[in-house]
Design a protein around this ligand. Sequence first.
Ligand SMILES: *[C@@H]1O[C@H](CO)[C@@H](O)[C@H](O)[C@H]1NC(C)=O
Ligand SMILES: *[C@@H]1O[C@H](CO)[C@@H](O)[C@H](O)[C@H]1NC(C)=O
Ligand SMILES: *[C@@H]1O[C@H](CO)[C@@H](O)[C@H](O)[C@H]1NC(C)=O
Length: 338
Amino acid sequence: MAAAAMSRMRSLAGVAPLVVAAAVLVVLCSGSTAAGPLEIGFYNKTCPAAEEIVRAETARIVRVSPDLAAAFLRLHYHDCFVQGCDASVLLDSTPNNTAEKDSKPNGSLRGFDFVARVKDKLEKACPGVVSCADILAIMARDAVMLARGPSWPVALGRRDSRTSSAGSCGDLPPLHGDIALMIQSFAAKGLDVKDLVVLSGAHTLGKAYCPAFADRLYATAGYSADPALDSRYADRLRMRCTSADDTSSTAATELDPGSCTTFDTSYYRHVARRRGLLRSDAFLLDHRFTRAYVLQAATGRYDGHFFHDFAVSMAKMGSIGVLTGDQGEIRKKCNVVN
Ligand SMILES: *[C@@H]1O[C@H](CO)[C@@H](O)[C@H](O)[C@H]1NC(C)=O
Ligand SMILES: *[C@@H]1O[C@H](CO)[C@@H](O)[C@H](O)[C@H]1NC(C)=O
Ligand SMILES: *[C@@H]1O[C@H](CO)[C@@H](O)[C@H](O)[C@H]1NC(C)=O
């Protein structure tokens, strides 16, 4: 299997640059005055220390609370999937508007105060220059690197939206779908099947609370206990979440047990053994391509490939629906419009 698998992985890697080029084209053509593509080194002249300031502050935060690396990745993902990577996820609700962060599928988004802390540092160094959307993109990259994962140059120049709507959260992949629905919701954002399985690898970091998976453990109206879940693992999980709608348990369960603060391929090993915690993790075994990717990564011999793929898919995700040029604004505070 090794040789065939290797050559398949190589040919996948060869396709990647084309995909990136296509993503950049989409951004270029998305039409609006003075909108340009994102650029590596966008703040070279206007705020040369920007990325170093974000890195240093993110490192300080993650050193104290390693769990927050996952939170920062998740914020960027939610931001990009809902109305584009425009920091709409950071806006507070107002008396006449419910913002994204207060919608049901917000899951357990957190880390907002820490993003604000990074923004304050940047405002001191270069007032009104670095967007909150770019801060989220840089923090997500740095979070991965700080968890001993790869690093990559991140294209910048995003601007911040002036709106955020709880209603748009329907764009997030559904919790109770199947692999076809997940592929569909990724495709709607210009992401392909490979991006789906690669970005799912972000679950190498972080934890989830009972409401995100407890329905897989018990037979309830409409759902049977999930046969896709390894039964011994399910037994163990039932001790943590005592009913299908357990909302009282405050214990969080690691998505990548034993390695939830290290960015690596052991997540795929758990998924391959039918121990993916969320339905969306288990679905990856239901499609020819995603299954093959999971099984290869699970061998532990393809970390380099996964790291490369992750950087490529993050760049694609990071360019979804961006505002550039004179669109949007550079917020002074990330939780309110100027
Ligand atoms: C910023 O500087 C880097 C390193 O010198 C360079 O690779 C990049 O192209 C520059 N970007 C811009 C937009 O000037
Ligand atoms: C919401 O309320 C604020 C003040 O409370 C007002 O300035 C703004 O125009 C209102 N927005 C909408 C969409 O009604
Ligand atoms: C998520 O939404 C719920 C309402 O459904 C809200 O009570 C909660 O505060 C929100 N979480 C965050 C982090 O904003």
